[in-house]
Ligand binder design. Structure first.
Ligand code: SAM
Length: 274
């Protein structure tokens, strides 16, 4: 579904308010609990996702990878790359790209490097908080972000992604989003609590992970619907925004968006344009 630019209010205040509320509610969890959760999970991260999603994780990632256009020589950045689950699939799809992975979890990235070595593939790893990307403007042709934006401040991360993209470069996003229908949301959030709880006990997760069971569904409840996320991308300065949804009645959303070819390489694309 392509969102017509005239259909978007581009209301920066709406976006800032919403991000302020997310930060107020989850800021402490993002800073303290989420890093502890990802210390514990690297070795069973992929299996855990498959179990928790009743196998649909693989379909979701396959659909996302299929939607990403890559050309030989592309410089690709995978933001919040975790164990390189996505990066490895991108390299299999187009081996002649340069892939950089950034994540603040040393444990997730260390295991991601083990997986890359096992597959005979090369991924440059950068350990850093993604709210500030330690790369010069216009460093990448393609940026991806999968299954992490619920844990991030989008009013910081998206402008950073826009900054490091080449003019005309593409951003691809995929995540579990807030369902548009309240009935579906009710069912989905209940399922999610159960599935995260049973996955945590099956894999013997740490206390930190068990304490986050309700956070995972609360974070989705406070997140954006697919249409809202399209609007967020427009507010942040992206163009040619396309959105499609997947399994679970649209609860997983795929967005593709372009950095305008003539974008002032500004550190804050949300500031008023001349
Ligand atoms: C659910 S995992 C997703 C990993 C990967 N994108 C994938 O799809 O398999 C979320 C990742 O986001 C990372 N993360 C969360 N907040 C972060 C931050 N502020 N800076 C960098 N990485 C962050 C976590 O360390 C974790 O590896």
């Amino acid at each position: 579904m392509a969102i017509a630019p005239w259909a978007m209010p581009h209301d920066q205040h709406w976006f800032r308010r919403r991000e302020g509320l997310r930060r107020e509610r989850f800021g402490q969890i993002w800073a303290d609990a989420v890093p502890k959760v990802f210390e514990d999970v690297p070795t069973y991260y992929r299996k855990g996702n498959i179990v928790a999603s009743l196998g649909l994780w693989e379909l979701w990632v396959w659909q996302f990878v299929r939607s990403i256009r890559l050309e030989a020589g592309n410089r690709v950045l995978d933001v919040a790359a975790g164990t390189n689950d996505l990066g490895l699939r991108l390299l299999r799809k187009q081996p002649r790209i340069e892939l950089t992975a950034i994540d603040r979890s040393r444990e997730m990235q260390a295991y991601g490097q083990v997986l890359a070595r096992r597959a005979g593939l090369r991924i440059r790893s950068v350990i850093h908080d993604v709210h500030r990307l330690p790369f010069p403007d216009h460093s990448f042709d393609v940026v991806t972000l999968q299954a992490a934006s619920r844990h991030l401040q989008l009013d910081k991360v998206l402008p950073e992604i826009l900054r490091v993209l080449e003019p005309g470069g593409m951003f691809y996003h995929c995540d579990m989003l807030k369902p548009t229908s309240p009935a579906l949301e009710w069912l989905y959030l209940r399922f999610l609590r159960l599935s995260v709880a049973w996955t945590a006990s099956l894999f013997g997760s740490s206390d930190a992970s068990r304490r986050c069971v309700s956070y995972f569904s609360d974070a989705i409840q406070a997140f954006y619907t697919p249409a809202e996320l399209s609007e967020v991308l427009a507010v942040c300065g992206f163009t040619q925004i396309r959105c499609s949804t997947s399994v679970w009645g649209g609860m997983v959303g795929f967005h593709a968006a372009r950095k305008p070819a003539r974008c002032p390489g500004t550190a804050d694309p949300m500031r008023p344009r001349p």
